[in-house]
Ligand binder design. Sequence first.
Ligand code: ZN
Length: 511
Amino acid sequence: MRPTSTKNFDFKEPLIARAPQQQSFWAKLSSANLKPLVFASVIGLAAMTASFAFTKGSDLLADANSSNAPSDYQILEKKIALALPAEPGMRLSETQTTQQAKVTTISSPPTVQSTTPLVPMTETPLYTLPPTSASSSIEPSCTEETVRSGDSLSLIFSRHNISANTLEAVVRVGGKKTLTRLLPGQKFHFCFDEQQHLASMKYGLSELETLVLERAPGGEYTKNTTTREYQRLTAYGGGTIKNSLFLSAKRAGLSEKLTMELAHIFGWDIDFVLDIRSGDEFFVVYEELYLDGELKGTGHIISAEFVNQGKTYQAVRYTDSQDKVDYYTPDGHSMRKAFLRTPVNFSRISSGFNLKRKHPVLHTVRAHKGVDYAAPTGTPVKASGDGKITLRGRKGGYGRTVVIQHGTKYSTLYAHLSSYKSGLKTGSRVRQGQVIGYVGQSGLATGPHLHYEFRVNGVHRNPLTVKLPQADPIAPSEKNRFVELTSPLVREMASLKAAQYAETGRAIQTP
Ligand SMILES: [Zn+2]
């Protein structure tokens, strides 16, 4: 691997010779304005994944236990990840850090011979000197260092023969707090001048932030922090639910995080515990985050569609002129409602839940005036809307119960709790989504579940079907901007979906 004595030509030269070459390569690509092409090809790749996932998903539906199918999918996913760095879209916004990042990707120092063609002819004498310690000590050089377990800045500095005075000056400027909490795997990049002074130091604070110290003529250091940004590429995935949303979404290439987000976006209209049916469809357009051509994770959902029991719901992400971000229907209604459909943390229930096996409604006995969510004891229970607690205590067969009054018209009740959220009492104000207690089986209950009631003007209504107060539409002053910014997203989603269906030869099945 990397030599410990880093100030020699073997290591330095490729870095110097190579970086400008790569930089001009990237710069050329960025100036060629290939963006539409990039987008098209990335979409093309994404289309391959998604359609594959879709076909694969359908195949799997016939044989849910097929064990080799998921691994096929993983292989394809890997291929796409590998293919992406070659795309011109991988260029970075910041040239300086590009260079640095490229440097860090060199895992083993190439030999002098292998890099000779990259060296401009005029500079050949400089770079073809034999790598002797005598000559390297008078040349500027750069090296990098990865923090090891148990490392400190002074240990690292001593490995590079950097003086205690320099250490002091660096810590003074860089900040003691920043430079004493080193984590294994973090990277340092040092450059030395002809006098072997530490000319500059770069330290990766995070995946996106780098601390840069540069030596001023007097020996003091100046500090800068450079921030990179992920490159965001559009990806998509969709499928039909057979047994579980989470399983189907996974087959479509969506991470659990994205699936959760999808459920949160539509969670105001759809109860993801009780409403989901085999045959429901979903489609998600989202961001993939890249650094140096490497997939680092997923970003936001840009647009999404969910077909639940034949009814189609659509959502688009919109950042308003005050930088407030939210999801809206294409015609400008907020996806948010005054009440959550599901007052339990549904992921605890539905992630392992199989639609084929058992429906989670425990019992719909005579005079049963609410809905029951079977869930493990301790599952958090959330206030479905903003309001004031009017009861927190035992209530006959209901056991430990919380009742919340929402304005004058609505109230909700949560029963059989194992315990209450500490700090809440009768009279406390709660926000929508705030945890108020935990699932249990206090009172007359045959197993742990949440019994939930919804009342309108004191009359019990079915929480699953009650028409909830209409969401606030987009402000009139935002309407034009909203249409301008989101209608392309709606069109994009439609065309991506059409592409996916065309690939898989499936027709969109909406009544
Ligand atoms: Zn019940």
